[in-house]
Design a protein around this ligand. Structure first.
Ligand code: NAP
Length: 223
C-alpha cells in the first residue's frame, strides 16, 4: 500500500492532487489546518483527513505521530498573493513574513517531521509545489509580478528543494519542485485539476526518475 500526504489540500490544486493520487490507487491523507474544512473535503474524496497547520510545529508533530508510514509527501500548502501589500517601498512586513513562514519555513517544518517515515519507505518521493514566478530567470523579466513575499518565497522554496535533494541523493528519496501553471479557469481556462497533474506525475515517479529538478507539464523549468 502506497500512502501519500498532501498539505493544504482542502481546496484548489491540493484537493485535485488528492483526488488524482486516489485515482491511482494510493491511500491519501488530506492535510488541512481547519478541521471543518478538512473533514468536509476529505468526505467527498474518501481520503483521510489529518489536521496540519504548516506554521504550527506542534500540529505538524502530532500529524507525523499519527501516521504509521508515508511514501509520498506533497508540500502544497501556501499563501498566495503579492499585490500592494508586498510592493517594494511600501511593503507590509507581516504579509511578507506570512509568505515566508508558510511557503518556506512551513515546508521545512513538514519535511523535517515526515522524513523519518519517508526514510522507511521503499519508494519515497517529496514534491514541493512551487511556481514559475519564483524563478530568478523569470523575475528578471518585465512579465513577472513585482512583490517581496510570494515570488521570493518560491525562489527560496526552490533552493530548499535543491538542498534536500543534495542531502538525500544517496537515499531512495527523490525531491523535486513543480509548477502547476497559472490556474484561473475564468481567465485562462486552466483548471486546478490540470494544475495538479505535474505534482501527481512527480509524486509517482519511477525509481529511475530525476531528483533535484523543477518541472511543469512541458518539462524542465529554468531556475
Ligand atoms: P489555494 O486555493 O489558495 O489553496 C491554498 C491551500 O493552502 C488551502 O487549502 C489553504 O488552507 C492552505 N494553507 C494556507 N496556509 C496554510 C497553513 N498555514 N497550513 C496548512 N494549510 C495552509 O492555492 P492553490 O491555487 O490551490 O495553490 C496550491 C499550490 O500551487 C500553492 O503552493 C501555490 O503557490 C501553487 N501555485 C498555484 C498557482 C495557481 O495558479 N493557483 C500557480 C503556480 C503555483 P485554507 O483553506 O485553510 O486557507
Amino acid at each position: 500500500m502506497t500512502t501519500a500526504l498532501v498539505t493544504g489540500a482542502n481546496r484548489g490544486i491540493g484537493l485535485e492532487i488528492v483526488k488524482q493520487l486516489m485515482a491511482r490507487g494510493l491511500t491519501v491523507y488530506l492535510g488541512a489546518r481547519d478541521p471543518e474544512r478538512g473533514e468536509k473535503a476529505a468526505a467527498g474524496t474518501g481520503a483521510r483527513f489529518v489536521r496540519l497547520d504548516v506554521t504550527d510545529p506542534e500540529s505538524v508533530r502530532q500529524a507525523a505521530a499519527s501516521l504509521d508510514s508515508l511514501d509520498v509527501l506533497v508540500n502544497n500548502a501556501a499563501v498566495l498573493g503579492g499585490g500592494p501589500a508586498q510592493a517594494p517601498g511600501s511593503a507590509d512586513l507581516e504579509d511578507v513574513r506570512l509568505a515566508f513562514e508558510t511557503n518556506v519555513l512551513g515546508v521545512i517544518t513538514v519535511t523535517e517531521a515526515f522524513l523519518p517515515l519517508l526514510r522507511r519507505s521503499a519508494r519515497p518521493r517529496i514534491v514541493n509545489v512551487s511556481s514559475s514566478v519564483g524563478t530568478l530567470t523569470g523575475m528578471g523579466t518585465s512579465e513577472m509580478p513585482i512583490a517581496l513575499g510570494y515570488p521570493p518565497s518560491k525562489a527560496a522554496l526552490n533552493a530548499v528543494t535543491l538542498q534536500y535533494a543534495k542531502a538525500l541523493r544517496d537515499t531512495a528519496i527523490k525531491v523535486n519542485a513543480v509548477c502547476p501553471g497559472w490556474c484561473a479557469p475564468e481567465v485562462n481556462g486552466r483548471t486546478p485539476a490540470q494544475g495538479a497533474h505535474i505534482a501527481v506525475t512527480m509524486a509517482t515517479l519511477a525509481d529511475d526518475g530525476p531528483t533535484g529538478g523543477f518541472y511543469d507539464d512541458e518539462g524542465v523549468v529554468a531556475w
